[in-house]
Design a protein around this ligand. Structure first.
Ligand code: ADP
Length: 345
């Protein structure tokens, strides 16, 4: 039997569902990363074979200065573990430790076209933000991401809504590869336990929470309690609705969405009613939201600090993750080279 058949499940010609996702070490982990991605990692590690990665190579596309990388990688590792990711249950590793990624990236680049890469929304955004550094790595970001995913022949990818287009591109590259060289890879799909992918909005009423843009609009797990309260109190609101049951403007909708992430049903119901009755006091709402955010974030911050204090443990996690991830990657690359006819003896 071929290697593929050995790992087949009875229904699909691919290994039973494998999960893969990554997070860039470009700054501190925030609420968007948690609700878009990490919360799903924590659940999925109980059910599936999971590969979770610190995407340090991806960070080089926009952050070429590597001076802070070593500490950023450790922080992101610690923050994910503090959120509940268990390196004993999932394979948790650094992208740059898995050299096979670069080989697969090279092969996939031959199947990706300049025109489609240039149309990617994230590429256009980043090229606009950093016109002085529109490098080829930035253009081929979705190709490297595809290599990361399919290197473990994963089909489920827990990510936020901002990654939807990348996943669509990943499926295109996979279909092209399979069509040209044989059915090696399952098609990857973005995944969230809820029906819809999530975008956690920024506190300024526009855009999304993000590691590297607009610090005041993003709640980080590293923020201290007063900073959290301050940021929430500064969230964009207005003087309140003037008609009963009026539709909510986007920035108010965003605040209610943030409440749904951390507040109790009773609290949400009360403020919904107040809004509909035109009696809402946004100062009270933000005070409550601030306290609930503090209660949610501060235990994770404290746990992160404990983990960061134990460097030996973090190095152990990285080494073990690299080994497990490379084992899986090497198996896939043998299949790939064979399918592509690159095995000459
Ligand atoms: P960032 O955009 O903050 O640098 P990454 O690009 O490293 O984050 O993404 C890590 C994961 O977090 C991805 O799955 C991404 O979809 C998710 N993510 C990032 N920001 C948000 C957000 N505001 N809402 C939901 N998910 C998000």
């Amino acid at each position: 039997m071929s290697e593929i058949n050995k790992t087949m499940d009875p229904i699909s010609p691919f290994p039973s569902k494998i999960v893969m996702s990554g997070i860039r070490p470009t700054g501190m982990v925030h609420l968007g990363n948690y609700f878009g991605a990490i919360r799903n990692y924590v659940k999925m590690q109980e059910e599936f074979e999971c590969y979770f990665m610190i995407a340090d190579l991806h960070s080089l596309t926009t952050h070429p200065d590597t001076q802070t990388l070593k500490s950023n990688v450790r922080r992101v590792l610690a923050e994910n573990i503090a959120c509940g990711l268990d390196p004993e249950k999932a394979t948790f590793f650094c992208q740059s430790h898995v050299y096979e990624t670069s080989e697969l990236y090279l092969y996939l680049n031959m199947l990706a076209y300049k025109g489609e890469l240039e149309k990617t929304v994230t590429f256009k955004d980043k090229a606009r933000q950093h016109p002085e550094n529109v490098n080829a790595g930035l253009l081929t970001y979705p190709v490297l991401q595809t290599a990361d995913i399919i290197l473990h022949r994963a089909s489920l990818v827990p990510v936020g809504k901002d990654q939807e287009q990348h996943l669509e591109m990943a499926r295109n590259f996979v279909v092209r590869f399979n069509h040209r060289y044989g059915n090696i890879f399952p098609e990857p799909h973005a995944f969230n336990y809820q029906q819809e992918l999530i975008k956690v909005p920024g506190l300024d009423g526009s855009g999304k929470m993000s590691k590297s843009e607009n610090n005041m609009a993003t709640l980080y797990f590293a923020d201290d309690d007063d900073t959290i309260r301050k940021k929430v109190m500064k969230a964009k609101t207005d003087s309140g609705p003037t008609e009963m049951n009026a539709p909510k403007p986007d920035y108010i909708e965003n605040i209610f969405m943030l409440m749904k992430l951390v507040c109790s049903d009773d609290v949400i119901r009360k403020f919904e009613e107040d809004y509909n009755q035109c009696t809402i006091r946004y100062g009270d709402l933000k005070k409550q939201l601030g306290e609930d955010m503090v209660n949610f974030i501060s235990p994770i911050r404290q746990k992160t600090n404990d983990i960061l204090a134990n460097d030996e443990y973090l190095v152990e996690v990285m080494k073990k993750g690299a080994q497990k991830s490379r084992e899986s990657a090497q198996k896939t690359m043998e299949l790939v080279r064979k399918a592509m006819g690159l095995n000459y003896f």
